[in-house]
Design a protein around this ligand. Sequence first.
Ligand code: C5P
Length: 410
Amino acid sequence: MAESRPDLAGKRLVLGLSGGIACYKSAELLRLLVKAGASVRVVMTESAQRFITPVTMQALSGQPVTCDTWDAAEPNGMAHINLTREADAVLIAPASADLMARLAQGRADDLLSLLCLARPIDRCPLLLAPDMNCEMWAHPATQRNAAQLRADGCLLLGPDHGEQACGEFGDGRMLEPEALLEDLVAALSPKPLAGERVLITAGPTFEAIDPVRGLTNRSSGKMGFALARAAREAGAEVTLVAGPVHLPTPRGVRRIDVQSAEQMYAAVLPLAAAHRVFVATAAVADWRPAALADHKIKKSGEQPSALALTENPDILAAVAALPQPPYCVGFAAETQNLAAHAREKLRRKKLPLVVGNLGPATFGRDDNALLLVDAAGEQSLPAGGGRADKLTLARQLVAEIARRLATAAA
Ligand code: C5P
């Protein structure tokens, strides 16, 4: 499989910790950031050091941890300048209510708030992951500070909803490290689809025969979910219509769950015209049982009667036939003659782009190889052939779609 570049390769980050119980999650977050290729300098407030020691963060980052504005180890005595001039972003996780209040006021009375104020605001984004009791988060003072921070260009990640360390339940938990990583990667990604709306179908459909049985296929939904994530990273507002799959919803993506092809059709058609792009990755069943039995069909001892089938609506063809269709991308899962079958779908469904892949080599797998077929010709992803993981391919396909939209608009 082609090597994929880690998501944060070459990125330099400042990870700030203020005083919150979620400091214990920041060690895991740091591990994920480093694993994703980032070089991370950790800065901790005095309160943060009561929850977790700098030694832990030093060991995990492999770099010195700075806690003091007056740190004599800095040759020029200006840690706040040194730390931010090379940073691609400052992420504060956890961000306490007190730290948010100080940032909203533009205070600089400790190293973390000082470096936030001193950072080059246009090229070093500030991301905050709030962590506090639900009453503290809901308090008008905190809400006022959050609104001010947003107005000043900070990106607030979360907070999450759920059970809190104090035993209460509500908004205020820090997001989990995996979610923070996903949001950070999205925040640092180029935005060729900024302001565009993208609709994606994914997964198999399930065509019920009776209350416990049905017809389905081996599609895992991974390619469509990766595309939803990649489109969101590229700045799009994404709606994902998913058949029955066991996958977490990508961050920032609206998800609509369906079971059958008819339900997928009913979910997609009213939405399609309001979208700029429609990508049909779903492996929609071509046929469904003509009748749904009310009760489980029992073994009778005789030869079972033939299963009568009826054809499902073609969602992609219907969207492509709208008076003002979105830019429609079809998928072709084949077992042979990929280019010829993909081109046949391009013509039959009147699409600008079809993406071919080999069914047995993609269903359920984490990697894939794509063949883009359009009026201009054919193009392999990854470029030059081979295979790549589905998220890498999804990002490349999203970039290709954005490039085609920009060319069409020019
Ligand atoms: O030729 P076929 O119908 O298999 O084309 C596959 C493409 O059409 C895929 O993009 C698939 O998501 C879409 N499709 C659809 N509705 C169907 C069947 C296929 O949207 N009923």
